[in-house]
Design a binder for this molecule. Structure first.
Ligand SMILES: Nc1ncnc2c1ncn2[C@@H]1O[C@H](COP(=O)(O)OP(=O)(O)OP(=O)(O)O)[C@@H](O)[C@H]1O
Length: 579
């Protein structure tokens, strides 16, 4: 239960104290007018039963005035409860969402890459919505629904202990059923929420993969995974309602049985002269209202466990350790790998790699596909920490450096460029937020994209579609290079940064990169070896090992893997399609 409370509040149970206190007070206040009503009934009864010769009108007026005053108290408490519950919940989940998004940013990229974007998006949006639901409508009602009958029970004990016992006779059974059903609910809720997450992932994949679906003429009904996910989600939803519903109805019946018992015991006691009619009426009045809060809570209970699981997912994400390290990045910008080993899972992708990439030089990493080139860049930027060995930045182990401060020193251009749904100007400006238009244009000119931007209808104000879909691959790549140039960081990492460019633009870009090397550490991955002939050092990777390194000419003379790859590319570049 403690765990559930912790999860339902996304790790902040203390935040529920105020809403719960006000909900209990509001529900208690709701009982007060019934006290006045019972008093008025007793006065009228006393007159008609002949116990009093005159009707106590002063008492009746006082009871009526009490009703009005108590209705004011009810309004005040309800209003306080409403504000505490709804405002508190929405404010807490807004802060919680921001907090979680910020936390995700600080997690190692490795963790995020293992997670599906759909799943994370689901947690940030839907799981928090569920927490809102639980903390606004279920939790305060549930707590006050359990407390109010107990308060009333102890109050009624003073009037007539038998009647008080009769009223609460079915209550322990109700609590037992609710407790028992919670185990079953967890099981069903787990598969229901798994079905929901799978469906969200399938939908996202389906929408993102639309291009392939169209290209290969895959019809919707061929996309059976999505269809199966819809079906499974429907089945799980029906199952959870169908199995749990009857249990909740039985629990409610036991709870409400208290009112019937009070009626039976009351009739006997009134007929036996052991209890007055007004007291009986009071028990009936209180009995009719006492279980209202719990009835409301029980109706919403099926979603409660499910909400708790949503909270559990949030808590688990927040518990993921962020990357450690507090020190500032040093002034030097050499990047050294010292016996670095790394693997994404059990297989080693880099095996004791030791290389030095010096400031003011251009280092190229080449090698067959899957040999670990991109992994080396990711380790250099500390997207991951190595499993063995050290990556040194300016002579300091990167694990000791604050990851955000380190990233400020690094510009990266990835193979798969991502542009935001924003203007071209802002997409370049992500490199440096305070950059002026002149600086943006200068970077764009350097990256050979100024001319094509000026030809667009709105120039730099042209909106880019999601993921940059309205631009060609080469144009997107040039914009991302402009972004990296604008950042003006001392380390530049280029992962196949010119692969989508035509030969003419690639040659110009190579010259621009050549100019950027001055005072910087530039590391580039290239498949086309002719783009690295001028590199100061070429690292040749094969199956996660450095098999050779040196300048272009030296490597050719060695006659190893590089020479073979060079030979192969020279030959294929000479191929022509002949009729
Ligand atoms: N996020 C990941 N999770 C699991 N395995 C991965 C991940 N990224 C890469 N790998 C695997 O690690 C190995 C090295 O990948 P890497 O991308 O570093 O190679 P590469 O030399 O850059 O390849 P390419 O030239 O094709 O881009 C490959 O076998 C790849 O399948």
């Amino acid at each position: 239960m403690r765990n559930m409370l912790y999860n339902i509040t996304a790790g902040h149970p203390e935040k529920m104290a105020k809403p719960i206190i006000w909900a209990v007070l509001a529900n208690l206040a709701n009982m007060l007018p019934f006290g006045c009503l019972a008093w008025a009934v007793s006065l009228v009864y006393a007159y008609y039963a002949g116990e009093q010769a005159v009707l106590d009108t002063t008492g009746l007026w006082l009871a009526a005035a009490g009703m009005v005053v108590f209705l004011g108290v009810v309004y005040f408490c309800e209003q306080k409860a409403y504000r505490a519950i709804y405002r508190g919940a929405y404010e807490a989940s807004a802060a919680g969402r921001t907090n979680l998004a910020e936390h995700l940013r600080k997690l190692p990229l490795g963790f995020l890459m293992r997670k599906d974007a759909g799943e994370l998006g689901h947690t940030i949006m839907n799981d928090f919505t569920q927490i809102e639901n639980a903390s606004t409508s279920v939790l305060p009602q549930l707590v006050s629904g359990i407390l109010i009958p107990f308060f009333a029970f102890f109050g009624l004990l003073f009037w007539d202990w038998r009647m008080a016992l009769a009223m609460l006779a079915g209550f322990p059974v109700t609590i037992l059923i609710l407790w028992g059903v919670s185990r079953l609910e967890r099981k069903l809720g787990t598969s229901h929420s798994q079905a929901k997450v799978t469906l969200a992932n399938c939908l996202q994949e389906y929408l993102y993969g639309m291009k392939v679906i169209k290209a290969y003429n895959l019809r919707t009904d061929n996309f059976t995974r999505l269809e199966r996910s819809f079906y499974r989600f429907m089945k799980e939803s029906i199952r959870i309602e169908g199995v749990l519903g009857p249990f909740f109805l039985v629990a409610m019946a036991f709870m409400q049985s208290g009112v019937s018992l009070v009626t039976i015991v009351g009739v006997y006691r009134v007929l036996g002269g052991e209890m007055t009619v007004p007291l009986f009426a009071m028990f009936l009045l209180v009995g009719a209202r006492i279980f209202d809060p719990l009835s409301v809570a029980i109706m919403r209970l099926p979603s409660f466990k499910y909400d708790a699981m949503a909270g559990e997912r949030i808590v688990n994400l927040l518990a993921q350790p962020i990357m450690q390290g507090e020190q500032d990045a040093p002034h030097g910008h050499d990047i050294w790998f010292e016996e670095v080993s790394f693997g994404y899972d059990d297989t080693l992708v880099l095996d004791k790699v030791s290389v030095e990439m010096r400031e003011g030089t251009l280092t190229a990493i080449v090698g067959p596909s899957g040999s670990g080139k991109s992994t080396m860049l990711r380790l250099a930027a500390r997207f991951y920490d190595p499993l063995g060995g050290r990556v040194l930045f300016g002579g300091k182990d990167e694990r000791e450096l604050d990851p955000e401060k380190l990233l400020k020193k690094i510009s990266m251009v990835f193979q798969d460029v991502y542009l935001f749904q924003d203007t071209i100007r802002n997409n370049i400006r992500y490199g440096r937020e305070d950059a002026t238009q002149e600086e943006i244009e200068a970077a764009a000119k350097e990256a050979c994209c100024h001319d094509f931007i000026m030809k667009l209808p709105d120039g730099y104000d042209t909106m880019v579609g999601e993921g940059g879909s309205t631009l060609s691959g080469g144009e997107k790549q040039r914009i991302s290079i402009a972004r990296a140039i604008l950042k003006n960081a001392p380390v530049l990492l280029l992962d196949e940064a010119t692969s989508s460019l035509d030969p003419e633009n690639e040659a110009v870009m190579q010259q621009a990169i050549g100019r950027l090397v001055k005072g910087r550490t530039v590391i580039m991955i290239a498949h086309r070896l002719k783009t690295v002939v001028n590199a100061d050092n070429i690292i040749v990777l094969e199956e996660g090992k450095v098999v050779e390194q040196g300048r272009h000419q030296e490597l050719l003379e060695k006659g190893g893997l590089y020479a073979r790859l060079w030979e192969l590319q020279q030959r294929t570049s000479g191929w022509r399609i002949t009729a």
